[in-house]
Design a protein around this ligand. Sequence first.
Ligand code: GLA
Length: 377
Amino acid sequence: MSETFRRMTGREPEGVWAAPGRVNLIGEHTDYNDGFVLPFALAQWVVLAAAPREDGTWRVRSLNRRQTETFGPADLEPGRVDGWAAYVAGVVWALTEAGHHVRGADLVLGSDVPAGAGLSSSAALECAVLTALVELSGLDVAPLDRARLARRCENEYVGAPTGLLDQAASTLCEADHALFLDCRSAENRQVPLDLGAAGLELLVLDTRTPHSHVTGEYGDRRRACEEAARILGVPALRDITLDHLDDALAQLPDDVMRRRVRHVVTEDARVLEAVAIADDGRPADLAPLLDASHASMRDDFEITVPTVDLAVETARAAGAHGARMTGGGFGGCIIALVPEGGSDAVGQAVAAAFADAGYGEPAWFVGRPSAGARRVS
Ligand code: GLA
């Protein structure tokens, strides 16, 4: 990346930074309900080289898009910069709103995080830019606050009403671990995830059904959860525990809302169980939780789509111990816990089922728990 930077800008980079995409092992649509999540960072990254500019503007080149965007302090208002560059301008905006002085910079960036696949390519971009600009500007911003600022960019600049999951994962994860995050207190800790020691690996399969969270169904689900919490008289659905689920459901006006609540409450409980299992070093026992999570997303939260359901069912039939959709839903990726070395066979089986059903070809890789955002040179 340094060499590309030199070639494109005629300057020396001051450093190279990277931030990863993520998969969420379990805990879907729980983050904005003040609940629990258990993601891990992938070994797919947004990588960027950067050097400060003295004219106070930001000049960003995207190698993937083959585009260059330039903006200055006067362009920072939300809505002024759009498309992929909004994730960059939004980070500068969020830092500025928090009272930081951000130096102008030349940025050259590339990514191997599949875009639109539910693997947080946008959070990876935000967190890579944020990490680089914090360092280039000599700012002191703690990792959790970086994640919060990147989320603010996503929510208020880009306009996607998401929770803290993606940015926390991209910032705070450590290699060979998943991140257990309480989205209310933001308390978090690393949970060991040595799948290899248990003779397992995690297949990540992209159905290539694109998804978007800026508008539509994601926001609808969020509003339904908030409305249910209001009716139940609690700050957030996190406050309903499994023991009180039936009482809570009885107070809700309709079946759809009851199912939405049941998903969130049971999913929070599954995360806690998954953490206990991972702490115990029994990752094979995660499989039934993955299956239950998928059923809950399909039947209660209704965020899966036919390609995703077919991928999950086929993966299981082809030898996966457990499988679920990961991420916000309405397309994107599934994860499957498979015997070590078994990902390709399962991926091929899904590809064959997709061909039979007239769907496009899926893509897949083995997900390896990796480190969060950092300087790489
Ligand atoms: C998307 C959002 C996250 C989270 C997940 C669902 O990835 O960005 O904040 O809500 O969906 O768990």
